[in-house]
Design a protein around this ligand. Structure first.
Ligand code: PMP
Length: 393
């Protein structure tokens, strides 16, 4: 996997980002060289680009069980999420009240909570100890009108899945628009926008082997949602010249995901289960978060009693293993993960959590290597032969 001369590397941070596939890179390169017209131009070069854009839209829609017309290309899930938030509060005659699960993506959550300063009521629905949304609390929150309910399909830190069709049905009964951040689920498990019955869905291409800086917001056909950026592109739902190379790259990644999703989900689930069984068996003090819930095939969030996440990550790094502490977006910060806190994990313990996220390039030998490194880390130091010698220096 690594190029010649590079140190061999084991990449277990696929929830932060994934390696762009060769087909993705080739499709993007071809689009940049041969199809660089503006899809809004009326001349032949522009019309070529328009056709390529339409084909890419169909490929992305097919992966998501959506209609092509429901896809709005964006710069990624962050933009899509903010488009949802902005739109919810700008629709006519909507209550200034929004509902979010307590474990939404950190950036989105911060923007939503900031709205409290503008007088918006922001309700956070709790999760249980396994990271599953509390459906009774959700039902309760839906008793009052709201402009939006947002629940992520799969958590980026723990991989825990939420029962989206059930949540969507509850919200629909009350006529409240439902948004799902499916960024971590796309390309890992099957998704059907139509069958889920949700109104809005966010995603980013780089989480499923596409390029960075491109993604989509799905808006259910027939739903009018105020735009964040005016312009005639994307049926006036998102202004700005389309990022055609990025969109074409995302379409190539979507085609690849469709072709191998089912087999790959089974393969990664088996690897994840073997990783977890080995860790629990061979590394003392391991806790795996969300273990009792349905989870993504690829994600393990864990802590090891007595070890900080920095210490574990440093050891992994020195052995050529890339992982991260909780969410990549919040790693580096000294605050414990809001996701683990919401699951009732004490702050001091949550600070020790790391995330191993497997992917297309992960094999059984990588799993064995990680278990080995963590086992070594936890092995009690060999007692000094002659303690007095230490003091003699
Ligand atoms: N939502 C979730 C669940 C994510 O995992 C991420 C990326 N970590 C985002 C949103 C934001 O994606 P991007 O940085 O590509 O905009």
């Amino acid at each position: 996997m690594s190029s010649e001369g590079e140190k061999a590397m084991i990449y277990l941070d696929n929830n932060a980002t994934t390696r762009p596939l060769p087909d993705v890179v080739a499709a993007m390169s071809e689009a940049m060289q041969l199809c660089w017209g503006n899809p809004s131009s009326k001349h032949a070069l522009g019309q070529d680009a328009k056709r390529v854009l339409a084909a890419a839209r169909a490929d992305v829609a097919a992966l998501l069980g959506a209609q092509p017309v429901e896809i709005v290309f964006t710069s990624g899930a962050t933009e899509s999420n903010h488009h949802v938030l902005h739109g919810a509060l700008h629709r006519p005659a909507m209550p200034r009240r929004i509902i979010l699960s307590a474990i939404e993506h950190s950036g989105y959550m911060k923007s939503a909570l900031r709205l409290r300063q503008e007088g918006v009521e922001v309700v956070l629905v709790p999760v249980d100890a396994a990271g599953r949304i509390d459906l009774d609390a959700l039902r309760e929150s839906l008793q009052q009108d709201a402009a939006l309910i947002s629940v992520m399909a799969a958590n980026n830190e723990t991989g825990v899945l939420q029962p989206i069709p059930e949540i969507a049905a509850m919200a629909r009964e009350r006529g409240i628009p439902v948004h799902v951040d499916a960024t971590q689920m796309v390309g890992k498990l099957p998704i059907s926008f139509a069958e889920w019955g949700v109104d809005l869905l966010s995603l980013s291409a780089h989480k499923f082997h596409g390029p960075k800086g491109v993604g989509a917001l799905l808006i259910r056909k027939g739903l009018s949602w105020p735009t964040l950026m005016s312009g005639q592109q994307e049926r006036a739902r998102r202004g700005g010249t389309e990022n055609l190379p990025g969109i074409v790259g995302m379409a190539a990644a979507a085609r690849h995901a469709r072709s191998c999703l089912a087999d790959e989900a089974l393969r990664e689930t088996a690897l994840r289960e073997s990783l977890e069984a080995s860790l629990l068996d061979q590394v003392p003090g391991v806790t795996i978060y969300g273990q009792d819930a349905e989870r993504l095939p690829n994600t393990v969030c864990l802590s090891i009693a007595g070890f900080s996440s920095d210490k574990i990550l440093d050891r992994l790094e020195r052995k050529g293993i890339c992982a991260s502490s909780g969410a990549a977006c919040s790693s580096g910060g000294s605050d414990p993960s809001h996701v683990l806190l919401a699951m009732g994990v004490p702050g001091s313990v949550a600070l020790g959590a790391i995330r191993l996220s497997l992917g297309l390039d992960t094999h059984a030998t990588d799993i064995a290597a990680v278990v080995n490194v963590l086992q070594e880390l936890c092995r009690p130091e060999a007692p000094l032969q002659n303690p007095a010698a230490v003091h003699a220096n």
